[in-house]
Design a protein around this ligand. Structure first.
Ligand code: FMN
Length: 217
């Protein structure tokens, strides 16, 4: 019987795409390519098109990564929401440098972004919070994200208390929860092909313009 180790050692698959990335034909501004790839991911109904990996660093330079959802695109920034007091919130307060990675296996596509994170205006966070389902709103109040929780019961008791506290009224946005804008200064578009001969197209921001280059796979 095959073990997990046998499987991960030997199971390989090729990536396929009909076309190749053409450096000349790709848009001058990478955000337009990002937007069009995201649009394709949504139209093709890939699993979790909005999910990305966010990597941040703590004050000792130690990296941390987790999956989040992108919730808006604003003036070529990507917006996500979280708890400002969470580990990631504390990390970006000290060091705003961050990386994002999207992977859409159904399309054999990956996008890597590097940039800085800035806190979103409170009025925009208020508007987004107001649009969330009530259960998520109460959850944002109840969760001290990233802190140790003694038991599941403790969290559920907090939820019950908050349901009583906010009964018959709109749930306001807690100060500890809101959005960030991610401002990319580097984009890389990866398109999978057989035999690991993938396309990689990198855009770097140099002297106020975007420079496109092809990278080795
Ligand atoms: C598919 C998926 C989407 C997620 N989306 C979010 C999100 O939008 N915001 C968020 O705070 N956490 C989200 N999470 C939970 C985070 O991965 C993470 O557990 C949490 O933000 C705490 O991270 P931190 O302790 O590094 O701050 C998501 C998890 C998954 C698996």
């Amino acid at each position: 019987m095959s073990t997990t180790r046998d499987y991960i050692n030997s199971n390989r698959h090729d990536f396929y795409n009909d076309g190749f990335l053409d450096l000349e034909k790709c848009p001058e501004h990478p955000f337009h390519l990002f937007e069009s790839w995201l649009e394709v991911a949504i139209q093709k109904e890939v699993n979790e098109p909005y999910a990305f990996n966010l990597a941040t660093v703590d004050e000792d330079g130690k990296p941390h990564a987790r999956i989040l959802y992108v919730r808006d695109l604003m003036d070529q920034d990507l917006v996500f929401y979280t708890n400002y007091g969470s580990d990631k919130g504390q990390q970006v307060l000290k060091n705003p440098q961050a990386c994002m990675t999207f992977f859409w296996p159904e399309l054999s596509r990956q996008i890597r972004l590097e940039g800085v994170v800035e806190r979103l205006d409170d009025t925009l966070s208020d508007a987004y919070f107001a649009s969330r389902p009530r259960g998520s709103q109460i959850g944002a109040w109840a969760s001290e994200q990233s802190k140790v929780l003694e038991s599941r019961d403790q969290l559920e008791a907090r939820i019950k208390e908050l349901e009583v506290r906010f009964e018959g009224q709109n749930v306001p946005r807690p100060n500890h929860w809101g959005g960030y804008r991610f401002k990319p200064s580097y984009y890389e578009f990866w398109l999978g092909h057989p035999s690991r001969l993938h396309d990689r197209l990198a855009y770097t921001h140099e002297n106020l313009s975007w420079i496109k280059r092809r990278l080795n796979p």
